[in-house]
Design a protein around this ligand. Sequence first.
Ligand SMILES: [Zn+2]
Length: 258
Amino acid sequence: MGLKFSVLYLGKMEFPKFRLVQCPDEENMVRSPAVAILIQHPELGNILYDTGNSPAFADVYTPEMLHNYPVTELISIKDALADKGLTPHDIDHIILSHLHFDHAGGLQDFVGTKAIERVIVSEEDLKNAYFSVMTGNGGAYIRSLFDVEGVQFRAISGDTKLAEDLELFVQPSHTPGVIGMILKTEHHGTVITTSDTIYTRESYEQELPPGGTINKTPEEFYDNLKRIKKMEQDYQATLLFGHDYDQIMEWVEKGWMD
Ligand SMILES: [Zn+2]
């Protein structure tokens, strides 16, 4: 028996497409889903990858965030887990791809659970998050979302094998270290999650770098894209992108994949 996983839809943000990927169209709007992945692993237990937006977004997010990336639908990670018959106490490990508000926003729901002492992040992103918020340049980081009561980060740097069928890799793109995941399943082959280094299938296939102000240079995007293309080949993998509404909805529909 191998692992099984399920993609959880946690609502969405809606904003002009040029803030997601570089495109000339000023009018076109895009739906950007917030996503988590729930993994049930025979040895490691229940693992949660990302936690979505904060239910307190209206009070906690900066005016700039609320203006540029308005949350138009919110499903809390608690509710999404309840849908699978679980509570935050059932989660054994949390992996945060990075600490931006729409990925770390649900961490508060795990205060007081065992998982809050087992939060895997990349060392590079963790340092960047604290440096950013403590120097007044938070960007997409909000300290109160990730610096929650009792949190213990397990910082990784580079490729990390959690199990034979579950590996993490760190991408220096979008932030200094976004955790991607390699999931090896029995019946659905290998799945690689990119998180925010590649937002959508269109961005991947047409090599459209991200738009907006969050991503510093397109070079890191192209370098990482090259690496992901090689990994896709090497693992004969299916890719799951960070904020691709159509793909996310399709995978949510599939339910558990093993
Ligand atoms: Zn991000």
